[in-house]
Design a protein around this ligand. Structure first.
Ligand SMILES: [Zn+2]
Length: 87
């Protein structure tokens, strides 16, 4: 059932965040099901720290960030590989 976590810490965080987002979802009344199951606590989904964290991680890491916010023409993006492989 359990798989090995990704080796890359960045991928691991994204994976954890995705799992949290799967668990911490609102029920019909807006209570967080994840918090209810984990801690028997009623927490509004708006105030669920886990969901907030996971959403922030998702926004910070999982969204495509290569597109330049400005420029109306098609511009070539150079240096798209930002991996730290160079010595
Ligand atoms: Zn929650």
């Amino acid at each position: 059932m359990a798989t090995d976590p990704p080796a890359d810490p960045r991928d691991r965080v994204i994976e954890y965040a995705a799992e949290v987002l799967r668990q911490h979802v609102p029920d019909g009344d807006g209570w967080c099901l994840g918090c209810s199951e984990l801690w028997d606590r009623l927490v509004f989904i708006d105030q669920c720290q886990q969901a907030r964290w996971a959403t922030a991680v998702h926004v910070a890491y999982a969204m495509p960030i290569r597109q330049a916010p400005q420029g109306d023409g098609s511009t070539d993006v150079t240096g798209e590989d930002r991996g730290g492989e160079g010595l």
